[in-house]
Design a protein around this ligand. Structure first.
Ligand code: SF4
Length: 237
């Protein structure tokens, strides 16, 4: 089965073109051919600057969706603002949960302690689902090298909601990203200097030791490895 066999809001021809371009041209093809119908979802984390820098070069007006869970490190919020200004991104949107939902389901900001799946649903999954309808496709910065659970990550991931998710950096490893960020003189998330290689919400993130899986510090000690916004790719029925 090829990606063109799936029913998508992105047309078969568009999907085929994305499938045919070389890896290095995928971002440009996606942002130009789907302009107005595509967004980027970014955590403004340890490696986010590279994807955002590439996007800003192609289209600084592309919508960038940041899930403002209310539980981020203050350093992440400051980095979001610094990087946005540095790159000249003109449409960064901070997407927050509805205040009434927060008050009803996590009034004391404790849900992450005893039910992180419910907390991620409230603070990430549902807010993203609420803002995705205008878009036919979205870009994520995930890479195969980030975790054992991501080693088979495809570049194009048709979703069950008929949207297309695109992972232009799927093939990059940590060293390549680090070198390219240095070459481009991109600002670093301040917590990377303290051993944080993957940065999510403060209650659910710890630094990792040398040699540890970069995402080992996310929901450390729990079986949870993903927040829930990255659902498995759809398959043709
Ligand atoms: S990462 Fe932690 S604090 Fe953030 S939404 Fe998920 S469970 Fe809640």
């Amino acid at each position: 089965m090829g990606p063109a066999d799936l029913a998508m809001t992105v047309s078969t021809d568009e999907l085929q073109r994305l499938n045919d371009v070389p890896e290095g041209a995928l971002m440009t093809e996606a942002l130009t051919s789907l302009k107005g119908r595509i967004a980027i979802v970014s955590s403004f984390g340890a490696e986010s600057a590279l994807l955002l820098a590439m996007a800003a070069e192609i289209d600084p007006d592309v919508p960038v969706l940041f899930l403002e869970t209310g539980r981020h490190f203050p350093e992440t919020l400051a980095y979001r603002d610094r990087l946005t200004a540095h790159l000249g991104l003109r449409d960064v949107r901070s997407i927050a949960p509805a205040p009434a939902e927060l008050a009803a389901r996590d009034p004391q900001d404790q849900l992450s302690d005893f039910d992180p799946d419910a907390c991620c649903a409230l603070r990430k999954v549902e807010p993203l689902d609420a803002v995705l309808p205008p878009f036919d496709a979205w870009i994520s910065g995930r890479k195969r090298s980030q975790a054992a659970t991501r080693t088979s990550l495809p570049f194009l991931e048709p979703q069950g909601d008929d949207r297309l998710k695109i992972n232009p950096l799927a093939g990059w490893n940590a060293r390549e990203i680090d070198e390219e960020m240095t070459r481009r003189d991109l600002p670093r998330h301040p917590l990377t200097a303290l051993g944080y290689k993957s940065i999510g919400c403060a209650p659910c993130t710890r630094p990792v030791a040398e040699g540890e899986d970069p995402r080992a510090g996310r929901w450390s000690g729990a079986t949870k490895t993903e927040c829930g916004i990255h659902k498995p790719a759809a398959t043709a029925g």
